[in-house]
Design a binder for this molecule. Sequence first.
Ligand code: SF4
Ligand SMILES: [Zn+2]
Length: 148
Amino acid sequence: MDPSPIHRHTAGAARREAQLAAPRITRELKTIAAMLRIYCRDHHGAVARGDAGVCADCAALLVYARKRLAGCPYGAEKPTCVNCPIHCYGARQREAMRIVMRHAGPRVLWRHPLLALAHLLDGRRRPPPKPNAGTGSKTADTSNPPAG
Ligand code: SF4
Ligand SMILES: [Zn+2]
């Protein structure tokens, strides 16, 4: 018998949490959070900050990135998002992240050199073969399709 929808939902949530705990994914999320803090401090300095040390808009982008990483069809062997041939982000979030990275990329090297170096090395790895279309389309953000 098929598992119940509730069971499937719980299993999916557990799988996503486990994926977030993979070292490369944890590191990528930390790097994104560090870059968002730098960007937010330099651009949204006057806005009240939450627990993540960023304003509400940047916190929303961080939550979005976390969700994409948790559901990444490549799993723990994922390429860095910037080198990803799928790029599952919606167009708006993708553009927002591109702007954040352009500003914070060089600066994060000074503030978090080990993290930034590990992230650079991760980015040099070849992306694994594309997961099959069925898996990819389940996680792609079809509500807001990527540009290009
Ligand atoms: S599919 Fe690509 S862009 Fe989306 S989380 Fe995975 S590596 Fe990042
Ligand atoms: Zn901000």
